[in-house]
Unconditional design. Structure first.
Ligand SMILES: *[C@@H]1O[C@H](CO)[C@@H](O)[C@H](O)[C@H]1NC(C)=O
Ligand SMILES: *[C@@H]1O[C@H](CO)[C@@H](O)[C@H](O)[C@H]1NC(C)=O
Ligand SMILES: *[C@@H]1O[C@H](CO)[C@@H](O)[C@H](O)[C@H]1NC(C)=O
Length: 480
């Protein structure tokens, strides 16, 4: 009988009474004031195989609270059912995106699930976990199919024994990611998934059964391909939930929610997360997770790999050939230097991992393709180029790859900012000016580029010579 019930709830997707043995415990917790009423009932439960074998000959009471002094099976069964039904109906859904916080969407509880407060642990990403002590054992439920208006999506907490009417229970662990930016962009996507990697490292390397993705509370049904490949390298080929079985609600047996990117972690933890992701990506692409080790040429000089990663269109070089020429000439002057010039758009994920695994100096215009620096060995160098106008109008975001270099153990070797270009028509209009300059092309300064390349190449040569004399350290980065 009980087996049948469970089978039925599973196949229909309608969770009416999901787990009978848990239901007793739940009702007890909720109905402490009624404990005296329920006590005889518990005795009955323990003496019965199930709810549904009550003798039909028992006289029917007129209501749930009648006959309290002399309880009968069905009166208490009715009471439990009535109260469970009320509990189910009392589950209250709130908008996923709370417009009251539209001025400060990323602060504090953020505008995503704004009524819920994060758990903070020393040096860990701020997160929400359900069910937990702080949710009083309640699970997270979401009605979240809107893709253009996060205020039309909603969330609620519910006890697993009294899920809201017509809820679907999604079993296993779910990773719920909300980003203010994007799961498509390499940099922002990395920032969105990194805290899950951090959480997993702290929690027995757990992997999710599915992802749920939101942007401003709007459902997203995919990650960008690079971001997806990186997530897959660490967590495997788990699906992205699209809530395909109707409007919901959908409740999660277990869920971790992240809405703060890397906030809360110290540099050391970020470094370990990056180490792990580098290692996993290399492994997934069939490369040695330790990198290429020490490479020497036939005369014992260290090989120095300089990669120019180019872009097309926005923020590409005005004259790529000249730039290639300048770096090529400097590379030729250093024994062991090998120059590669590569179009980032032409590379598959694994090609990008392979190229960067084999790069010591990564020179590239400012842009998301720079996120690939994470695949270089720690201590490698980054050179960055900006078009005119970024210093003045680019905001703090222009330092993203400088921070990333710092946080992933790379050396940011500075940036070149093109002094030449069209003037923005209304210099006092910050945003307008930024958009004006954002995607312009980048010129060059032969003298500057040559001196800069020479300096960095020399530094890298010295440090590779030092390394060559040291024993290679093995890393445990891939363990999780
Ligand atoms: C939850 O609360 C129980 C009882 O107070 C306690 O024993 C347990 O350690 C708590 N769990 C966590 C993860 O804090
Ligand atoms: C990167 O780290 C260096 C050394 O710790 C520091 O001086 C520099 O300000 C950092 N840069 C950024 C952009 O955070
Ligand atoms: C090019 O760079 C050199 C060396 O830094 C500098 O002296 C010169 O003024 C720059 N030229 C232009 C046109 O910016």
């Amino acid at each position: 009988m009980k087996m049948e019930m469970e089978m039925e709830t599973r196949t229909s997707g309608l969770i009416i009474l999901p787990q009978i043995k848990h239901q007793r415990r739940c009702i007890l917790i909720i109905l402490l004031p009624f404990l005296s009423i329920l006590l005889p009932l518990i005795i009955i439960f323990h003496s019965q195989a199930s709810f549904f074998t009550f003798p039909s000959s028992t006289p029917s009471p007129s209501g749930p609270f009648s006959n309290l002094g002399n309880p009968t099976h069905s009166s208490h069964s009715n009471l439990v059912e009535t109260l469970t039904a009320k509990l189910k109906d009392s589950v209250t859904f709130l908008p996923l995106k709370d417009l009251r916080y539209s001025e400060t969407p990323m602060d504090g509880n953020t505008w995503f699930m704004s009524s819920l407060t994060d758990t903070f642990e020393e040096d860990e990403p701020a997160y929400l976990y359900f069910p937990s002590n702080s949710s009083k054992g309640r699970v997270l439920c979401i009605k979240g199919r809107h893709t253009t208006d996060g205020t039309k999506n909603s969330y609620a907490l519910a006890w697993p024994e009294a899920l809201p009417p017509s809820a679907t229970l999604l079993e296993g662990l779910t990773f719920v990611s909300d980003t203010y930016y994007s799961h498509e962009n390499l940099w922002h996507g990395l920032c969105a998934i990194a805290p899950f990697v951090g959480w997993s490292m702290k929690n027995q390397c757990l992997k999710p059964s599915r992802w749920v993705l939101f942007h401003w509370g709007e459902l997203r049904t995919k990650m960008g391909s690079w971001v997806w490949n990186l997530a897959k390298a660490k967590f495997g080929d788990v699906g992205i939930e699209v809530f395909g079985k109707g409007d919901g609600p959908y409740c999660f047996e277990k869920a971790v929610v992240m809405r703060h990117e890397l906030e809360g972690m110290r540099d050391e933890k970020k470094l370990r997360i990056i180490d792990l992701m580098r290692c996993k990506a290399r492994e997934a692409c069939g490369l040695d997770p330790m990198g290429r080790g020490k490479e020497l040429n036939e005369r014992g000089a260290p090989i120095i790999r300089l990669t120019l990663l180019m872009r097309r269109g926005a923020r590409s070089f005005k004259n790529e050939e000249v730039v290639k020429g300048i770096f090529g000439k400097e590379c030729e002057r250093v024994e062991g230097c090998v120059l590669s010039v590569i179009q980032s758009e032409d590379l598959s994920f694994c090609d990008q991992v392979r190229v960067m695994t084999n790069t010591d100096i990564f020179a590239s215009p400012h842009g998301q393709q720079q996120t690939n620096m994470l695949f270089m060995d720690q201590g490698s160098s980054v050179m960055e180029f900006f078009p005119k106008g970024w210093l003045e109008h680019g905001g703090v975001g222009q330092y993203a790859y400088h921070w990333m270099a710092n946080q992933s153990g790379m050396k940011h070797q500075g940036a070149w900012r093109d002094p030449i270009g069209e003037e923005c028509p209304n210099p006092e209009q910050e945003l307008e000016c930024f958009l004006f300059h954002k995607d312009s092309k980048i010129g060059h300064n032969e003298t500057y580029f040559a001196e800069w390349a020479r300096k960095v190449l020399n530094q890298v040569r010295v440090s590779k010579l030092e390394q060559a004399s040291k024993a290679q350290v093995t890393s445990s980065a891939c363990e999780c």
